[in-house]
Design a binder for this molecule. Structure first.
Ligand code: TYM
Length: 333
């Protein structure tokens, strides 16, 4: 039986942080063993924020090295750079004809970005979910491992896939499903600033590439509160978030110890932060060392990117041929 298909991507707009790792990369590592995986670097998507050519190039190289350092294996998964497979832009154009202004304007990520950056509300931002749908369906993906923040974009991809099938009376595209590491809900890794998610532009992230000293400093500065005064009280958001990180990074007995200390009001947040920082450093240090090694090897990085582009193009071209025939792009004269 042929393997089920998986597609996912990460924008090269900065180093990978713990949110990227636990929201996406951890699933990539699990899925590459049993699925036919296409993992890419979404450099076209990153153009919405107008990077300089230098920043774009170094961002792509960095994320490629980080994918590999995390353990994504180019022999098992197809690792590629989005702009190397230009067929996706063609499919994006076709899908745009059936994507409506109202539904695009209503997406929360568009509204958030338009609000936070009113001087750069470009059409690429508006049609961002259409390009993302093209990324996914061009390989006929059945699963998409992403974090909670991508839920709505994935919902749009499902909608566009179904709409194409209905419009051309076919079953060309599977309706892609979210994939989560533990089979539960899609996850959101919180930042260290008390509320919201860890993000590249939020200034609240811990990066896999980061120096251990910097990680310790950041964790020690994380927002908390004055501490519980009543036994078994509800945790306020900043403290709840620290516990969420602890649950991801530390052993269950460590979490149980601090939970008990919180519940009997004996907790010292400094101790919790020290423990959390050490557990993060233990996790990131070997990845950081591998990133530094891989970044030195341009020949290897080039080989991986070329090999991935070739495999991804083959799959994209086959789908695009079917799409064009269905749309009616054939010469009758
Ligand atoms: P990006 O680059 O913002 O994030 C990459 C992946 O990391 C996940 N993620 C998180 N998960 C949990 N908690 C967090 N704090 C957190 N921060 C980031 C994201 O959910 C994502 O899985 N639009 C996508 C890139 C993309 C894509 C695609 C993804 C383009 N085309 C097709 C899947 C399929 C993005 O900007 O991800």
């Amino acid at each position: 039986m042929s393997k089920q298909i998986v597609v996912s991507g990460i924008r090269p707009t900065g180093n990978l942080h713990l949110g990227n790792y636990f929201g996406a990369v951890r699933s990539f590592l699990k899925m590459q063993e049993d699925y036919n995986c296409y993992f890419f670097i979404a450099d076209i998507h990153s153009l919405t924020t107008h990077p300089t050519p230098g920043d774009l190039q170094s961002g792509v190289k960095q994320v490629l090295a980080e994918y590999l350092a995390c353990g994504i294996d180019p022999e098992k998964a197809t690792i590629f750079i989005q702009s190397d497979v230009t067929e996706v832009v063609e499919l994006y154009t076709f899908l745009n004809m059936n994507a409506y202004l109202g539904e695009l304007e209503r997406t929360t990520s568009f509204k958030d970005k338009a609000r936070s950056n009113p001087e750069n509300v470009n059409a690429g931002l508006l049609t961002y979910p259409v390009l993302m749908a093209a990324d996914i369906i061009i390989h006929k993906a059945e699963y998409v491992p992403v974090g909670k923040d991508q839920e709505q974009n994935l919902e749009m991809a499902r909608k566009f896939a179904g709409r194409f099938n209905r419009m051309y009376n076919c079953e060309l595209f599977p309706i892609p499903q979210p994939f989560t590491f533990d089979g539960g809900d899609m996850i959101k890794i919180p930042g260290l600033d008390g509320s919201g998610k860890m993000g590249k532009s939020e200034g609240n992230g811990i990066f896999l590439y980061e120096d251990p000293k910097e990680i310790r400093k950041k964790v020690m500065r994380a927002v908390t509160d004055a501490g519980p005064t009543e036994p078994n009280s509800k945790k306020a958001e900043p403290v709840e978030n620290l516990f969420k990180l602890l649950k991801i990074m530390s052993q269950p007995d460590v979490v149980a110890h601090f939970d008990a200390a919180y519940n009997d009001c004996s907790i010292r947040y400094g101790d919790l932060k020290n423990q959390l920082a050490e557990d993060i450093v233990t996790f990131t240090s070997p990845i950081r060392e591998r990133i530094l090694e891989i970044l030195k090897d341009d020949v290897y990085l080039g080989k991986v990117a070329r090999m991935g582009a070739e495999k991804a193009r083959e799959s994209a071209q086959a789908t695009l041929k079917e799409v064009k025939a269905l749309i009616g792009f054939k010469r009758l004269f």
